[in-house]
Design a binder for this molecule. Sequence first.
Ligand code: ZN
Length: 191
Amino acid sequence: MGRALFIVDVQNDFTEGGALGVAGGAAVAEGVTAWLRDHADDYDLIVASRDWHDGHNDNGGHFANDSEPDFVESWPVHCVAGTPGADYHPALDTTRVTHHVHKGQGVPAYSLFEGRTEAGETVHELLDERGIHEVDVVGIATDYCVRASALDALGHGQHVRVLTGLVAGVAPTSSEAALAELAHAGAELVD
Ligand SMILES: [Zn+2]
């Protein structure tokens, strides 16, 4: 039984001072690094995703280029591929990451299952190849990309744990709702 860790979107634009900064984002970066120091050997696969949008279009309406963002389906410009905002937060140690996934090129993409590795593989393929049956999920944001990635992992038949000390959300109410929804869908919430 293989285990995987998903590190979702721990990027500069999603942490304090970023285009779409989430309170507690930098602490998630530090916390995930500490977790990896103690637990990296527990995983057969460590997948880190990055939102990786086009800079020359609205990415399918995901960027509110000409209007006010609603912070539900439209957002300020963030994580444009190749810019500092799209980089991993500097406190995140990526040396143990086995696969880097890019998602959102020209389209909205909340789940890391919508992305591909640098070699062009999907996360589905990675999980199947490695015989993964258990997935731990950490990262940003609880109420959007962590939620979507964990739901897709459950849909893939994984036993999913969300490490609730290593996630940060856009808003408290929607983050609580997302965790409740994930627990109801079968995820284990681990403090
Ligand atoms: Zn995005």
